[in-house]
Write a protein that binds this ligand. Structure first.
Ligand code: HEM
Length: 501
């Protein structure tokens, strides 16, 4: 009886996976079968193997397969749905630098209920048009204006953490609050200070939504909205979406009201008034609603709010944790900070940030070991011939790149598990293939917010380490990084911050 139930369940699952994705052509199957891959079952391919792996073990699994095939690209089949995983920088360059293969593919579809067709997900002419429209909103002048917001919030964070002096704490909620405040104020022109929950519900909902989407990714029968909406997780997803969307709607409403009361974009009565990312979008809408509607603005606000706070929060948290395990690296940071700032209490300037070379390398090394976006994907629009191996990836194949694994490959990084910022010294950097280090992806769809992110991280980490030192209580090997869309530790780790003398 149990066996019969299992067989029927399996058949239903197989049916829904097949219905979600057309059966690939014989040519596609022939080309893909040239790629190596772990042993597979007839019809089911690797479905059973993959569905048995726990999310927290997923990266280890991909890492072991990458090692087994000596960094060659390999294939996996979810019944009729093939995936190619690239591990070699030369191959990754071919994929990511292509101006034709910019489609994100089926795995990003599940984000549409949240981010609609914002910049992260859109494709074709819509993406080209949006990217062109949004690039100037990250212009150097606008980023320069963000410095005051970075500094103010870095200062508030430091004061909050000084109150935790010598206590064992979980740092992530403090950092997440700070980066959320920053993205809201710097990019959207709205301060969360006066909100009763200070945006906490939104931050929690972001994490919940990522967990839901990750579960859905590995249960392809849940790709069908009508099945998904009938399940408890589908209903939880809809509740979470309400929280996320009402928050971003509130942000847009607030900024529009504030903008019309200020009646100006630059300076009001001598008081400095930042022209933010959201202001630029609202102006585009006022000038030509056909170019950018209010719905278009909402999908971009949803996209930038998510990408703009969760990624930086994960990276800053990881940097603090790694510094707490590497006292000699921390000493070098103190030395550099003392040289640049001395005993002064002043805020940091762009010139200061440019002088913080060592901190720059620490951030790079953190993003090597803990890239906030641990995996990315494309769906090919045309055949891709991989450079050295002569393998051809046929069109409409989903291709994955996993920076987390690439960055820990001993072929490209000696002693890869070691936290060593000096591997990013210019002479060492030059010897490496540019696509062996891709925390911000690469090519035309690279991260539009990377300059913003690097400046923000530098301001926060420098403010914090001017005043405090850190000891990490949780051991590195106790922390299992989980690819919950954004890379997170399986359990929050503990650290102790102490005021510097
Ligand atoms: C440490 C911080 C960050 C990291 C590691 C990071 C990483 C990435 C990566 C890997 C991608 C490519 C994703 C993919 O192809 O699926 C991406 C895209 C993107 N990021 Fe970031 N990001 C960071 C911070 C930010 C910030 C602060 C913003 C906004 C203020 C931002 C906005 C975006 C957007 C809108 C895209 C989509 C770009 C496009 O497709 O044209 N990111 N980011």
């Amino acid at each position: 009886m149990i066996l019969e139930v299992l067989i029927v369940t399996l058949l239903i699952i197989v049916y829904f996976i097949i219905a979600a994705h057309a059966w690939p052509s014989r040519r596609t199957v022939r080309l893909l079968n040239k790629f190596p891959g772990p042993p597979e079952l007839p019809l089911l391919g690797h479905t059973i193997t993959l569905s048995k792996i726990k999310i927290e073990d997923l990266l280890l699994y991909f890492q072991s397969v990458c090692k087994e095939y000596n960094s060659s690209p390999y294939k996996l089949w979810f019944v009729n749905y093939p995936i190619i995983i690239l591990n070699d920088p030369e191959d990754i360059e071919v994929l990511l630098s292509s101006v034709h293969n910019i489609r994100k593919g089926i795995t990003y579809k599940i984000f549409e209920s949240w981010l609609n067709e914002g910049l992260l997900i859109s494709t074709g002419s819509k993406w080209h048009h949006r990217r062109k429209l949004l690039t100037p909103t990250f212009h150097f002048k606008i980023l320069e204006d963000c410095m005051s917001v970075f500094n103010k919030n870095a200062q508030l964070l430091t004061e909050e953490l000084l109150e935790m002096n010598d206590k064992i704490i979980t740092i992530e909620p403090f950092i997440s609050k700070c980066t959320l405040f920053i993205i809201c104020e710097a990019a959207m022109g709205v301060s969360l200070e006066n909100l009763p929950d200070k945006g906490e519900e939104y931050a929690k909902a972001t994490k919940k939504m990522n967990n839901i989407n990750m579960t859905r990714l590995f249960a392809p029968w849940l790709f069908h909205n009508w099945i998904f909406n009938l399940t408890p997780i589908g209903r939880e997803c809809n509740r979470t979406l309400k929280t996320l969307h009402s928050f971003t709607e509130m942000i847009i409403k607030e900024r529009r009201a504030k903008k019309s009361s200020e009646q100006s974009t630059d300076r009001v009565q001598g008081k400095q008034c930042l022209r933010t990312f959201l202001d630029c979008l609202l102006e585009l809408n006022e000038n030509d609603p056909g170019l950018l509607s209010i719905d278009d603005i909402r999908e971009e606000v949803d996209t930038f709010m998510f990408e703009g706070h969760d990624t930086t929060s994960a990276a800053i948290t990881a940097a603090i944790f790694m510094l707490g395990h590497n006292p000699e690296v921390q000493e070098n940071i103190f030395k550099e900070l003392d040289e640049v700032f001395g005993d002064s209490e002043r805020e940091s300037t762009i010139e200061d940030l440019n002088r913080l070379d060592y901190l720059d390398r620490v951030i790079k090394e953190t993003l090597r070991l803990y890239p906030s976006v641990p995996a990315l994907a494309r769906e090919t629009d045309s055949d891709i011939e991989l450079r050295h191996r002569g393998y051809i990836i046929p069109s409409t194949t989903n291709v994955f790149v996993v920076p987390y694994i690439l960055h820990r490959n001993s072929k490209y990084y000696s002693n890869p598990e070691k936290f060593d910022p000096d591997r990013f010294l210019p002479d060492q950097n030059q010897q490496r293939h540019p696509f062996s280090y891709i925390p911000f992806s690469g090519g035309p769809r690279n991260c539009i917010g990377q300059k913003f992110a690097k400046m923000e991280m530098k301001v926060i980490l420098s403010a914090l380490f001017r005043k405090m030192k850190v000891n990490s209580v949780t051991e590195v090997n106790e922390v299992k990084p989980v690819p919950s869309i954004i890379l997170r530790p399986e359990f929050p780790f503990k650290i102790k911050l102490t005021a510097r003398e």
